[in-house]
Ligand binder design. Sequence first.
Ligand code: LAN
Length: 762
Amino acid sequence: MWKFVSAGNSGGHPLLRSLNNNKGRQTWEYDPNGGTLEQRAEVERLRAAFTANKDTQHHSGDELLRLQCADRIKAKQYAPPSGPVPDKLSAEGVEAHLKGAISFYECLQQEDGHFPGDYGGPMFLLPGLIIALYTCGVLDQVFTPHHKKEALRYLTNHQNEDGGFGLHIEGGSTMFGTGLNYVMARLLGAGAEEEWIKKAREWMHARGGATYITSWGKFWLAVLGVYSWDGMNPLTPEMWLLPHKAWTGIGWLHPGRFWCHCRMVYLPMSYVYGKRGTCTETPLTAAIRQELYPMPYGKIDWNAARNLCAKEDLYYPHPLVQDVLWWALYQAEGVLQGSWLRKKALAECMKHIHYEDENTRYVDIGPVNKVINMLACWLEDPKGQAFQKHLPRVYDYLWLAEDGLKMQGYNGSQLWDTSFAVQAIAEAGLMDVSARCLAKAHEYVEQSQVIEEAQAPLSEYYRHISKGAWPFSSRDHGWPISDCSSEGLKAALTLAQLPASKVGAAIPAERIYDCVNVILSYQNSDGGMATYENTRSFHWLEILNPAETFGDIIVDYSYVECTSACITALCAFKKQYPDHRSSEIAASLQRAEAFIRSIQRKDGSWYGSWGVCFTYACWFGATGLAALGHSCQSDEALRRCCTFLADKQQADGGWGESYLSCQDKVYSQLEGGSHVVNTAWAMLALMGAGYHRVDPAPLHAGARFLASAQLPSGDWPQQHISGVFNRNCMITYANYRNIFPIWALGHYRRLVLLGEPEITLA
Ligand code: LAN
């Protein structure tokens, strides 16, 4: 049976290096003798149940993790009230729901204090990994037959009814999803004539075949040798040799100015492209080559194929200038290939790849560069240590649920979830149920802070400072992020206000100051905060975005989420440390406030870039302004935000927003009833803005919805997907269904039912 293993227990590989004994590391292992007969039967039942509903419920419920915690869940102290929820909830009633919720959620918490969970969703990640492992000749070494079986299960579960595969689990079929998942299925042993494979092939052929795949798809197919490198727009590695300084003019095009995720993906991609790193042909790749296209492979016009893209995939169509640029670089390729300049450029790329690998303990910033860096290391030296060091870290990205084995969008969301969990649980104020859980979470928060800079010189590697920051996942990953630092800091400050005898000793002031230093450093000239770094270039550079399926990938912009998180963190800090850099903080808050106000939409909402969508961003916008002392009674912006939200409440008392809001940038109601996570965000936004003093009715209804949706175990059901990136790709946040209802109900109980004063830290 499959077993979830975390932290120190997941180590043991001689080449696995960790700064803190693998705190937060999440892996799944197959134990042939594991589990009782009943447990195994239960696993099969959960899998069958998922498959039976797969066309209506695309999102798995992390049931295998829950099953593994079943003994703790059975032994837990509290259950939520049973029976129908009364028309009017009392404070005691909500308290009982909260106790049930917290004692359930605590059962998922790991020894190292973090809350694990599925971070899947995107459907384009696992195929890249499989293609890379196959190319490097280690697929069978890294993937056991059990891994393969579960990966195939995942594919059959997420194939759309029309035979194709989406960009993410809830999306309609795309050529990117279908082409890559088709290839992956074949590499994992699915036969060309199996019904489901035939259906996927027909989907592609009906739309012209895999020449219509997006540029990232073209890249992976070219690596496997089933698409010609001549059919790609150039990924010229020489761009890394451009001058970086702004005064040169051309320096604005240097990848060092791109959003870190974009530059870290194009870095190894350009290395592999520059080297034309291709899998040795095998009978299987030769067969796939013929299957992907409706015409004979030899007859394909590769030059024309460069700019083909299926309409299902086209979120960001190339502007004309881009086509001209690619044409020019395409002509230049003839000269550059094999030249001394190319050698120099490839060496420069490898220097940055090794730096990234070493400074993230081979986790790497994300799932895409992880896999391509690994491939680049292999191409450079198949027997080298660097490639070997990549292998144990592959497992950090894999997650198993009842829908099968998936590759996650990150090596997990550990610090992010744990920081939110601390704030949510502390808000409930029920120390008798929460103390142990908070103490454990405290350990994780403490252990995950980045206490040292990445290797010097930072500027040579285009890195922002990290010392004092918090990452999104684990210390070993280590990339600093503005809002993760802020949420980590708020968690630390929340815990510092609770008795140390119960939740452990507070993080020392010096480390808190370091975090504040990082947060202040993130402020951009527009007053807002971006994600990992400052904004380094201009919006017009998006015209260079070659990734047709993703929007806004070139620049790290200021976001309402990041800015508001920094505001609330600085306000909380100011309260506990009023004298530290107080004038700088005051100035920073003023500029951040102006930024948030400037990007509010006319209808009173904010657009969410990292969660679905307007409800998520309104939570940030509203709490940011509220922390600065504003309320909807006195502040026009907050009043408009509350009106926007009140207007979106559904008949069942909750809020439910579809992921279509993200791609269309227009609020889209979720059909079929509300969503517990959207409901909690909307309630937190309204309460933050003080709307309960104007009209508490929407909050009573929202709380009733949350209480009614709670399961007898204390858990909440997993509904539609809640996260997003680059406008168009959705991502799972499995812990949100527990964290946010707890937070909203806890806040509701104290603020609305007990009439207690705000205990927001500000
Ligand atoms: C994430 C995950 C966390 C997220 C928040 C902290 C929630 C956000 O507030 C800031 C942005 C950030 C850090 C973020 C950025 C984009 C990521 C890294 C992801 C959504 C996880 C996966 C995604 C990454 C870009 C996926 C790979 C795809 C590419 C287009 C490179």
